[in-house]
Design a protein around this ligand. Structure first.
Ligand code: PEP
Length: 251
């Protein structure tokens, strides 16, 4: 059966020292009692090794926020999937709307990144989501379907390793959350798109996270929906107590 997952996306926030302190705090709070979901923090590349050293991998997963679509070589400033994996990280966010929007990442690049992540045993947290105009003109189901279909070159065995994150772009960092019903409808649509391609078993086992202004105050309602298997958390992941408040929505 699919897992419930709460994953933090720290984005371009915190120095290494601040990040280590935050990771330690989350790790300590997680040890106080058991929770009904997997918990992951995705941190800047510069933080991976130091954070890895202070967390217990059995209770807190670690991921990067991106990786290169190239394997290695003359790509100054890029960080490869193999490099991320060599830090001990187990996850990588791919296709975040900020990467699509500000860095022009397209479907072809995202497929290449996903293949390299999988080849290096990283679990991709693959982000999809429509912009406000697409929500308003009613094309949102088709837009998200096309983003998912960009991965359909993957074998069933590989696709089964993907975590999907539905993040309506209009809800990211805006304080505007999708209603639990809007999230449920889109998650059910995504699961159906996966089922039509890879079959019911893989679709039922794929964790689909919601992201976009998720907070302790709205997480419980969002996570109560049958196809919402957790959250990808931006702003609220930068404070241990608000992040834990979202983790506890599964308790
Ligand atoms: C995100 O960036 O993945 C995100 C969901 O951000 P926020 O929670 O701040 O809306």
């Amino acid at each position: 059966m699919r897992k419930n997952i709460v994953a933090g996306n720290w984005k371009m926030n915190t120095t290494v020292a601040e990040g280590v302190a935050l990771a330690k705090e989350v790790d300590t709070l997680l040890k106080e009692k058991s929770h009904n979901c997997d918990v992951v923090i995705c941190v800047p590349f510069t933080h991976l090794t130091s954070v890895k050293d202070v967390i217990d991998a059995n209770i807190l997963g670690l991921g990067a926020e991106n990786c290169s679509e190239h394997e290695s070589g003359a790509y100054t400033g890029e960080v490869s999937a193999a490099m991320v994996a060599s830090t001990g990280a187990g996850y990588v966010i791919l296709g975040h709307s900020e990467r699509r929007q500000y860095f022009g990442e397209n479907n072809e690049q995202l497929l290449a990144k996903t293949k390299l992540a999988l080849a290096n045993s990283l679990k991709p947290i693959f982000c999809v989501g429509e912009v406000l105009e697409e929500r308003e003109n009613g094309s949102y189901n088709d837009v998200v379907q096309a983003q998912i279909e960009a991965l359909f070159e993957l074998s069933a065995e590989d696709f089964a390793k993907i975590i999907v994150a539905y993040e309506p772009v209009w809800a990211i960092g805006t304080g505007k959350t999708a209603t639990a019903e809007q999230a449920q409808d889109m998650h059910a649509h995504i699961r159906k798109v996966i089922e039509d391609k890879y079959g019911k078993e893989i679709a039922d086992n794929t964790s689909i996270l919601y992201g976009g202004s998720c907070k302790p105050t709205n997480a419980r309602e969002l996570f109560s929906k049958p196809d919402v298997d957790g959250g990808l958390i931006g702003g609220a992941a930068l404070k241990a107590d608000s992040f834990m408040g979202i983790v506890e929505a599964f308790d």
